[in-house]
Design a protein around this ligand. Structure first.
Ligand code: BGC
Length: 891
């Protein structure tokens, strides 16, 4: 055969294309993380996606191998488990092999067979087990004192020699408080505020670091700086964190486990031979700020040759809890560096910096000045009438006992002699402005200060854009508010409270899950829930808590997080583990509501918080959440094969529904209560309306909204339901009208007034509840995906194995694009109104299917690449789609 260069090229491209379209497993994750260290679960979960662009691509079978030998894995060398070839399209599998010992590295790979029967192999991924059992810890819990009042943060150090050649080394560090770890003078890792906040006396987290590169043969030193975090809350505010039952001086336990090339192992541990001294961090509060005196720096404190003879001995401490658990989640980081947008010099000693956007995080300052110059950095969200930093909307719940700890104000004392810089280590704030003032004249420019947007650093999964710039800005602001309120647990606001308010979090959970890969944070936070539940089933309204919130705000409208979040995780990831882990807790919570209810109704709750004007009866909204929980519990019982519970809680849900409808629904008129937006939309959205009355109730809601001039009249609970109830019941255009408003009250009104995050209150000049970085009104971010993109998980095939697709080409919007990386792959749902009709481009990810529903008008057709698709119905079009790319025209 004769090959021309051209035919060779063609052949090569064909091979490439073919290889490209094979069902190759990609995105390998263990416990939803890429190649994690410190995996302490006995049955880690493995997941992958298929890279297969062929139409109808599915996985017909898979095989998984887990073993200690990366090269001989598939040949069975060092094999710990293989699933064997399993005929299944599943891409989430839990380990079921030999028990996994501590401190062991495993490799794993997966083969997938496509629907053509061809096998394709992933590249090899790995994970490493951690300490696994409490008995494997060698170190002791140490600290410098038990005195909770001492302000400076303590340094700890230990120098040691290593004589053999190092193969690998891991640092396992468990801390009550916060830490910064360094080895031989180098800070380890890029995490911030580790470990995450938990109820320290019930669950203490440890973090694993690969420190192979920082150790050396010969002399070494470890340095640890401890911060207070939520463990030793020295600032005083209304939630009593300063009286937390766990409160103590920070403490840690550490094992540095070194494996030598000869196979031997040595562990350097925290113990009596460590030394301690106070650091230049003279005050640190996670809630308020950090103070740093550079004159107290000790150069080389964390290096081997440092003279520590003047340092004190450490003391032993009791472990904060007996439950030391690996922190297996995406960490907090300085995710974005933000340059100053505008700086104004107020006078020789005072400068005002404006980042141009509201963030959670810290500022970092570079400055020159004489020794002892004291610089204050006041962080605020807004300016007062004189154009100066204004704290009055965020310091309202702070109860300082003196003036040594000003709110959101870092204090930096210079050592003199050149440029110096400061960025807090153990604090974060919510702010846009930084007013820097000094007790001596200083010279600053716009580049002297930088902002760092800090939050749990989750991979982004979703993206939307549209022809309406305000809509796009609302989406961006919603994500900014969501991330500003994610620090290993969801919070209400990053400034005034930093509290894990349950209500705010369940309302925003779908917004989070469409945009970010949040499972690791939610699984951790639900473990916090389990730690906080009282024996009688009651949960607090803020989680974690010092004890505050068991008697206020913790009704079902807020604390249904225990049911709603595991259910959403099940829908979004197709993973029932969290639901199963929380099953008993959900049950006890539902039983606790039953104990406080009369004939299926409960008044336990706060109701439609921060409403525009009308407020729905608390009994109606709380009873609806009682119904939601009972329904989720019944579904979970069915899924987890608990038939008696299934029957019991199905009957309970029915009882609640009947009670609500008997008291609040006028079956004649189709109106709930007095017919306000929340009263009508909540029963519709949460599925309480008898099917025969749905259209009538929806029509009443539409009428109500029109009478309200297509503007919001809801509070927190109503924001969850108003847009969805309209768009799910034939009034998507009206929902869009509300969503796109730009005057009061609306999301767009905030944007028009310069918001880059969501606010806590509808009027921008409200007198109270006026944080400027609240996620609680954030459901709109999920609604974009659900209604405009039309993307919803199918409860019958969760994890987007089947996608319910029903985009609404709403009046007033010309174009909308949504993409969302499902556990199966990239889903695209883009539409555009053109002269030829509506162009709808969509990609159904490999290994999944979609049920497409389109609202068409009589006489309209749907065609795919020029071919008309037949339809039986006149006004709605339904078609089951296989994986693949579609280009539809609706005209
Ligand atoms: C918080 C809210 C929270 C509410 C409960 C406020 O102070 O900031 O977001 O849900 O209290 O009442």
């Amino acid at each position: 055969m004769k090959f021309t260069l051209f035919s060779l090229l063609l052949l090569f491209t064909n091979i490439l294309l073919q290889v490209d379209s094979f069902a190759k497993p990609i995105d390998l994750r263990c416990e939803y993380l890429q190649n994690p260290l410190g995996v302490d679960v006995s049955a880690p979960r493995f997941s992958w996606r298929l890279d297969d662009a062929r139409p109808g691509a599915t996985q017909s079978a898979y095989q998984l191998w887990v073993g200690t030998d990366s090269v001989g894995l598939l040949q069975g060398k060092g094999l710990a488990w293989t699933s064997g070839k399993v005929l299944s399209s599943q891409t989430l599998v839990a380990y079921a092999g030999k028990p996994l010992p501590a401190f062991s590295k495993y490799f794993w790979a997966v083969a997938a067979w496509g629907n053509d029967g061809q096998r394709s192999l992933s590249t090899t991924a790995h994970f490493e087990t951690g300490v696994m059992h409490a008995s494997n810890w060698k170190g002791a819990w140490i600290s410098d004192t038990r005195d909770v009042k001492i302000k400076p943060a303590p340094y700890f150090r230990k120098a040691f020699g290593l004589s053999k050649k190092i193969k690998s080394a891991r640092a396992y560090i468990a801390v009550a408080g916060l830490y910064e770890l360094s080895i031989n003078g180098q800070i380890i890792g890029n995490h911030r505020l580790d470990p995450m906040y938990t109820r320290f006396d019930r669950r203490t987290l440890y973090v694993t670091h690969d420190v192979t590169a920082q150790l050396q043969q010969g002399k070494n030193a470890i340095g640890v700086l401890l911060g207070n975090g939520w463990y030793n809350h020295q600032s005083t505010a209304v939630w009593y964190f300063h009286e937390a039952p766990w409160r103590n001086r920070p403490t840690f336990c550490m094992d540095l486990r070194i494996v030598y090339t000869d196979g031997s192992v040595e562990t350097i541990s925290s113990g009596k031979d460590w030394k301690t001294a106070l650091s230049p961090v003279i005050f640190n509060s996670i809630y308020t700020a950090e103070h740093y005196d550079a004159r107290l720096e000790q150069v080389g404190w964390n290096t081997a040759d440092f003279d520590d003879t003047k340092w004190k001995s450490v003391i032993f401490r009791a472990a904060p809890s007996s439950n030391v658990v690996s922190q297996l989640m995406h960490p907090i980081r300085n995710v974005e560096e933000i340059a100053v947008k505008k700086m104004s010099k107020i006078n020789d000693t005072t400068y005002l910096f404006d980042l141009g956007r509201n963030i959670s995080g810290v500022s970092s300052l570079r400055v020159r000045g004489g020794a002892g110059t004291q610089i204050r950095l006041r962080h605020t969200e807004r300016l007062n009438d004189q154009g100066r930093a204004d704290m009055s909307n965020i310091d309202v719940h702070y109860r300082p006992t003196d003036n040594s700890d000003p709110f959101q104000t870092d204090i930096f004392i210079l050592k003199g002699g050149g440029e110096e810089s400061f960025m807090p280590r153990f604090n974060y704030k919510g702010f846009q402005y930084v007013e820097v003032s000094a007790n001596q004249p200083i010279s600053l420019s716009a580049s002297s200060l930088k902002g760092y947007f800090m939050h749990t650093d989750l991979p982004q999964l979703g993206q939307v854009s549209s022809s309406n710039p305000t809509l796009d800005k609302i989406w961006w602001a919603t994500n900014n508010a969501y991330l500003s309120n994610l620090f290993g647990y969801p919070t209400d606001c990053p400034q005034r409270e930093k509290n894990g308010w349950t209500g705010d979090a369940h309302i925003a959970s779908e917004t989070g899950l469409y945009n970010y890969d949040g499972i690791t944070v939610y699984e951790k936070w639900l473990a916090d829930h389990r730690d906080e539940q009282q024996p009688n089933g009651v949960l607090p309204s803020i989680i974690p808590t010092s004890g505050w919130g068991y008697e206020w705000g913790n009704g079902p409208d807020w604390t249904s997080t225990i049911a709603i979040i595991p259910w959403n995780i099940y829908l979004f990831y197709g993973d029932a583990k969290l639901l199963s882990d929380c099953y008993d807790n959900i049950k006890r919570y539902v039983d606790a509501i039953t104990a406080q209810s009369t004939d299926g109704l409960t008044t336990w709750g706060l109701g439609d918080w921060v409403p525009v004007k009308s407020k729905a009866p608390v009994e109606l909204t709380s009873s609806i959440y009682y119904f939601v929980d009972a329904t989720i519990l019944a579904k979970a019982a069915k899924l987890l094969k608990k038939p008696a519970d299934y029957e019991k809680y199905t009957a309970l849900a029915q009882k609640i529904q009947n009670a609500i409808n008997a008291k609040y629904l006028n079956a004649e008129t189709g109106i709930y209560g007095s017919g306000t937006q929340t009263e009508l939309s909540a029963p519709l959205h949460w599925g309480l309306v008898p099917p025969i009355l749905k259209a009538k109730v929806a029509a009443n809601l539409a009428q109500r909204v029109k009478a309200d001039n297509a503007h919001l009249d809801v509070g927190l609970l109503g924001t969850k339901t108003i847009l969805n109830a309209l768009s799910d019941n034939g009034y998507a255009d009206l929902a869009y009208q509300i969503a796109a408003q730009e005057d009061f009250p609306s999301w767009g009104w905030w944007i028009k007034n310069g918001a880059t995050t969501l606010f806590e209150n509808w009027p921008i000049d409200a007198k109270s509840d006026i944080s400027m970085n609240h996620i609680m009104f954030g459901e709109i971010g999920a609604w974009y995906y659900k209604a405009l993109g039309g993307i919803k998980p199918d409860p019958a095939m969760p994890g987007f194995k089947n996608i319910l697709l029903h985009p609404h080409f709403v009046a007033g919007l010309e174009e909308f694009k949504a993409s969302f990386k499902t556990p199966q792959g990239e889903l695209v749902s883009n539409w555009e109104k053109t002269a030829a009709g509506i162009r709808y481009v969509l990609t159904v990810p490999p290994n999944s299917s979609a049920t497409l529903r389109l609202d068409v008008q009589a006489g309209q057709t749907v065609s795919h690449k020029g071919q008309v698709w037949p339809s039986e119905a006149k006004t709605s079009f339904v078609r089951n789609l296989k994986a693949g790319h579609y280009e539809l025209l609706i005209k």
